[in-house]
Each structure stands twice: as C-alpha cells, then as structure tokens.
Design a protein around this ligand. Structure first.
Ligand code: ADP
Ligand code: MG
Length: 692
C-alpha cells in the first residue's frame, strides 16, 4: 500500500474521480491526515462535505474502506452516488436479500470492493466480524458517529459494540506495520460527546477537525413573546415578501395547524407534521421545494430532506429542546449565502411545555423496569406484555421503545418481544438526565447576552472560532433587530450604569445579586429592570456576564458573574453611556415593507454613538428632508405653544435628516430622540422621512 498525501495527488483524485473543481474549506487538510493513516474526528455541519473526507482518502490508500452507517437510507444514498462515479461498492443491511449480502462478502474477500457499507448491528451476526478481519482495510469510517454516545439524542446501543470490534478490524499490515485508521464523522457533537466518541472507539491520538459552524449570513434574534401573541407577530413578520420563503417550527401538531391557517391568509402556507399521512407530507415538501409554497409550519419532522437554498427566514415559535436541533434548524436558512434571519420566540410558559415533553418522551425508569421484569427469553406478543406490565397503551409504547433502544428488549418484525441485556438502565438514566441538561443549556442560551453565533460555535466545541462576535444578532446589533425593540436608557438608568461600572472597577468580578445589594438597588428598581440594565451593559461591550453555580445545602444554585471588560474599565464619570434597553417587541415593522436597512452599525460603545456625529454637510436629498422637518417643527411648536427647540434641537433635526430613520428603532438611535419624543412625534417624523 503506497500512501501519498501529496497535494497534487489529492487534487488529481478530486478532479478525476469526483469531478469537483476544488476542495471545500478544510477538506484537503482532513483528507491529508486520513491518507497518512491518522485516526480522526471530523465535526462539520450537515452539507459541509464530510463524505468526501473518507471517500477520497480511501481511494488514495487503496484496498477496501469499511463504512459504518446507522441508517439504510443514508447507506443506499452514498452507495448509489459512489457507484455512479464508477467505483466498486457493496452494502450489507437488513433491507437486502440474504443472497445479496453473501455476494457482497464474496466480493469483499476477493478484494474486489473499494467500499463496503454495513449497519452496526451486523457485527452481532456470529462470524461476521471474523470474516471482515480476514482482509486489511484501507480505513474504517464511522458516519453519524454521535450515535455511539449515550448523551446524543440518536444513541444507538449497537454503535457501542464498535469499540470492542475495532481493534481486530483495524488489523496490522504486515509490510507497513500500519493499521487502518478510524475516521469518526458527525455533524452534531458537543465537546462532551466528542470526548465520548474518542473514548468509546478507542481512537489513537486522533486529529480533531471541528469546523464550519459559523454562518456569516445568518442574523439571529431571540425574543421573549407571550404565547398568545406569537401567531400575529409571525404573520406580520412574514407579510413582507422579502422574508419568504420561510420555515416556522412549531412545538406541537396543533400549533402547526393553527399557525399555518393564520399564515394562509396572506401567503401560500401549509402545515407539516408527523400526524399527516405520508402523501400529504410529501406533497407539502415538494411544493415548498418547488416554490409553490412560501411558508411551512412544521414540527421537527420537517427539514431532513430539504435542500432549498433561498430560505430567508426560520422562526421557532417556541423553545427548542436542544441547541443541536436548534442549530440544525436555523441552519436551513440562507444556504445561498444571502442575508437571512432567524427568530426564536420564548417565554416562561415554554419551560412548562418542555417539562411535559420530557416526562412524555422519557418515562420514569420504573415503567421500563415493569416491562423488563415480565420479559422472557421466549418471544412474547406485545399485547400480552402490556397486560402483564400493567401500563397504559401510550406509556407502554414509549417505555418499550426506550427499552429497545437501550438494549433491554428486542422487538422482532412480527411484534414479538424478547428479553435483552441488563445494561439498559444505566444508559437510559444517563440519557434522560442529559436531555434535562441540554434543555437547561437552551434556557441559558436565550438568557445570555453573549453574541448568539459565538455561543453556538462554542457550544459545538470550536473554541478557536468563538472569539469573534457576529455583528448581526440581537446582541451584537440591537439597533438592527427586526422584532426586538430597544429604547434608550433613561438618565436615571445611565446613572445606575455608571455606579455599576464604578463598583466593578476595583474587583475581578461580582455576583449580580451581591452587586445589586451593594448598590442598594433592591427595592429601587425591580430585579427585571436591573437585569435588563446588565444586559444592556453587556451588549454595549462594557461588561461580561458569565453563568456560574455554587452548592448550598446540597442544592445547586445559579448566579451570574459580572465583570468589567477593557472597554468598561475605560469608562469615566464623564463618559456618556449610550445604552439600549430591551423594550418588548415591535408591533409594526418594515415601515417601507422591506428588510431592515442593511447598514452595519457599530456596537453601542460608550461615547461613540454613530448618530451623535452630526454631519456638517447634508446632501441635496437630505437638505430637502431637513427643510420639510423644519416646517413641520414650526407648526408643531406653534400648536403646542413652545419654542421650536423644545420640539427638537437643530442638531437633532440635522441628524434626523441625515439618517432618515425608517422605523422606531432607528429613530431611537438618534441622539436627542427618547421614548417620550417618539411617543409624541414618532409617527409624524417617520412619515416625513418616508416621503421620497
Ligand atoms: P455531509 O456528510 O457533511 O452532510 P455530504 O458529504 O453529503 O455532506 O456532502 C454534501 C454535498 O456536497 C454533496 O452533494 C457532495 O457531493 C457535495 N460536495 C462535497 N465536497 C464537494 C466539493 N469539494 N465540491 C463540490 N461539491 C462538494
Ligand atoms: Mg453525511
């Protein structure tokens, strides 16, 4: 086996075999490591091109690559693609005739195959691993490797067996003393799952490639909205054609139906959920793909097969259960690279919904045990078991499903159940606990005042890429938010902000509760107002807020560490603090019916509020607007019986003419325009500004 990782050789294969013009980001680096025989863990988002990273090295190394994949559909898809490229491929899974599997084994042993795809449960078949071990493999690729981790939502106990079989399958080449490298591939693995994969597979000093989670063109918004208001907000939001096509993720079938109905009034929209028959589902999917539908309101069952590049908006009409799922779903927006926005709506009520889901999806371990106790080595019909276990139909179905997943029961095609191993309890309990923790991470994410994209990138373990704010989300660019409304901090709030900064200057950090008490704010502003002020300071880049916990009386308590940033340290008593405080949700938006004006705004750093810089010279168009505003101001002043400057200073008027705000948020950005003025004059000014 000659192993060359020469760049031109790799590029040559890329052109001649795969017909691709060039490597995508990171592919070449990964291929080189694999060709050189290194174990590697590859974590890249769906669609990034992970398959090539084992396929090309397999060809470069020569011999047969063993590919382990959990789903027949995935296997069939990959195998068909490789065959179409003229490569020699076989697969062995339960959907095939015995004869086909036998033929595949013969070809494998003859050394005729370049790729052999198998499902992990094959390794349970007596003699099969031994048969595989007769040949030295080029490499072993494990697709969807997160299935091996009991923390992953797709945990498959059969993947656990890989660990014990891999040493033999890897073998050792007599000539080169080298053994086949193991390549683990997945799109969703947090650092904990990554560690688990490496340990379970017994990977040797693996190279880790964790890349590509940042999406430059996605603007993420997280908004607190009461459940009853969501339908109207979503429908207003999507009324602008520029925000479509759109996917709305609903938390229940019922919500998906009602939202779809609401949307249908203004656009071609449909519901999509697991309760619909497969014909309807397929029809919806196809119509959306083809552009006949502009909106789909779906439960999580939607999107696996969606390959639509121009989705402009993804909305979560309720809290998702995991950040992994959430990321996958928002990731469906803007595949074409054009600016796209995603909105996550939440409120306290979502937490209760989730507790309900958790209890439903992860029944108490006692229920699983009730079934396990009545199982025998002889297959029993499902219905008989249910009677013996004394469980309600729905409870029983869920508990049996979990028991099967965790290896405590085997269900055959005829609906007969046999007793499985005893190890199920441990993995089940760990998985259920992990689900709770995952949801807690979602809660922390929505409450956080860290850049949304950075938080997600870090969640997936790409620390290297986690240092840079995205400049597009509701945290980085509050003024650019579409749904979330901000107001300028009042004088009193700015004073408290100054005191917060002063209080933090001499210390490394303070717990947010302690800080509030030290400043004697308890009772003077509410906890919510105080927290909103901290968030505003964090958004302005003056402080950081870090989630932390401590134990007291055997209970874990959470708190936030408040710390000054270098910019915060520079704040002096005289520094004007331009802070934007979260202030509900925009009711009317897109005054001009379009997307938010794509001006890039710098973060509201102390003393550098962009609208404060009054231009000395106005353009012709701006002059016209200034004249119009002056005329209106005189009339307004006369009407109110006040001097003109009480309505607006000249400075403010010029700034208005220069900025030509299109909505209330942009209006609030302008110095001299506070909430009170917006309330009194906002509408009039916006309509003057809208005249072209
Ligand atoms: P993943 O497994 O990471 O989800 P795939 O390996 O299935 O993604 O690849 C997604 C798509 O990208 C496939 O259609 C594949 O052919 C294509 N692709 C992969 N690498 C390249 C490349 N270098 N140039 C062009 N297309 C590529
Ligand atoms: Mg893949």
């Amino acid at each position: 086996m000659t192993v060359t990782a020469n760049s031109s050789v790799l590029t040559g294969l890329l052109h001649s075999i795969f017909g691709f013009a060039q490597f995508r980001a990171n592919q070449e680096e990964v291929c080189r490591a694999a060709v050189e025989g290194r174990d590697l863990l590859l974590v890249m988002p769906t669609g990034a091109g992970k398959s090539l990273c084992y396929q090309l090295p397999a060809i470069a190394r020569g011999g047969t690559a063993l590919v382990i994949s959990p789903l027949i559909a995935l296997m069939e898809d990959q195998a068909a693609k490789l065959s179409a490229l003229g490569l020699r491929v076989a697969r062995i899974h339960s959907g095939l005739q015995r004869e086909q599997a036998r033929q595949a084994c013969i070809e494998y042993l003859r050394g005729d195959l370049q790729f052999l795809f198998i499902a992990p449960e094959r390794l349970r078949v007596p003699g099969f691993p031994e048969m595989l071990a007769k040949k030295t493999l080029a490499l072993i690729a494990i697709d969807e490797a997160h299935c091996i981790s009991q923390w992953g939502h797709d945990f498959r106990p059969d993947y656990r067996m890989l660990g014990q079989h891999l040493p033999r399958l890897r073998g050792t080449n007599a000539q080169t003393q080298e053994c086949a490298p193991v390549l683990a591939l997945t799109a969703t693995a947090t650092p904990a799952v990554q560690q688990d994969i490496i340990a379970q597979l017994g990977m040797v000093r693996p190279a880790r490639f964790i890349h590509g989670f940042r999406r430059e063109n996605l603007g993420i918004e997280v908004v607190e909205i009461p459940v009853p208001d969501r339908a109207r907000t979503i429908s207003n939001l999507l009324a602008a054609a520029e925000r479509r096509p759109a996917i709305v993720y609903a938390t229940s079938r019922k919500q998906s139906e009602t939202l779809a109905e609401e949307l249908s009034r203004t656009m071609r929209a449909a519901a999509y959920h697991a309760g619909l028959d497969s014909d309807t589902r397929e029809h919806v999917q196809r119509a959306f793909q083809a552009g006949q539908l502009e909106g789909v309101v779906a439960t999580i069952a939607f999107g696996m097969g969606i390959d639509k590049a121009n989705i402009r908006t993804v909305i979560h009409a309720g809290l998702p259960g995991t950040l992994e799922g959430y990321y996958q779903e928002i990731g469906r927006a803007g595949r074409d690279g054009a600016p796209s926005r995603t909105y996550l709506m939440h409120s306290y009520a979502d937490q209760r919904t989730h507790d309900f889901f958790l209890n439903r999806d992860y029944p108490p371990v006692e229920q699983l045990n009730a079934i396990f106790q009545v199982l025998a080595d002889e297959p029993q019909p499902v219905e008989e078991l249910r009677a013996l276990a004394k469980l309600e139909e729905e409870e029983f179905a869920k508990a049996l499903e979990k028991l099967e997943i965790h290896g405590g029961a085997r269900v055959d095609f005829g609906g007969h159940v046999t007793r499985g191993g005893t190890g199920w309890k441990k993995t089940y309990v760990v998985q259920a606990q992990h689900r709770v923790q995952q949801f807690e991470k979602v809660l922390r994410y929505v409450a956080s005042s860290e850049c949304r994209m950075t938080a997600l990138v870090r969640h997936f373990g790409d620390e290297e890429d986690a240092a840079r704010p995205c400049e597009r989300c509701d945290v980085c660019d509050p003024a650019g938010a579409v749904l979330k409304q901000f107001r300028r901090a009042t004088h009193a709030e700015r004073q408290i902000a100054q005191r917060i900064v002063d209080e933090l200057r001499p210390v490394e950090y303070k717990a947010s509760g302690t800080l509030q008490r030290n400043l004697d704010l308890v009772g003077r502003i509410s906890r919510d107002e105080y927290e909103a002020l901290l968030d505003a300071l964090a958004r302005a880049g003056l402080i950081t807020l870090e989630e932390a916990e401590y134990e007291k009386d055997g209970e874990v308590r959470r708190f936030r560490k408040v710390r000054l940033t270098p910019a915060g340290l520079e704040v002096r008593p005289a520094t004007p603090l331009a802070l934007l405080i979260a202030h509900g949700v925009v009711e009317e938006f897109g005054a001009r019916g379009g997307l938010p004006v794509p001006v890039k705004r710098t973060r509201a750093v102390a003393g550098k509020k962009n609208a404060e810089v009054v231009p000395s010279k106005l353009t012709g168009e701006q002059e016209v607007l200034a004249a119009r505003l002056k005329e209106w101001r005189s009339a307004e002043a006369r009407r109110l019986g006040v001097p003109a400057y009480v309505v607006f200073h000249d400075r403010t008027l010029m700034a208005l003419a220069a900025a030509r705000p299109a909505n209330v948020r942009q209006l609030l950005e302008i110095d001299g325009v506070g909430p009170a003025k917006v309330e009194k004059f906002g509408e009039a000014i916006l309509s003057l500004c809208a005249i072209q």
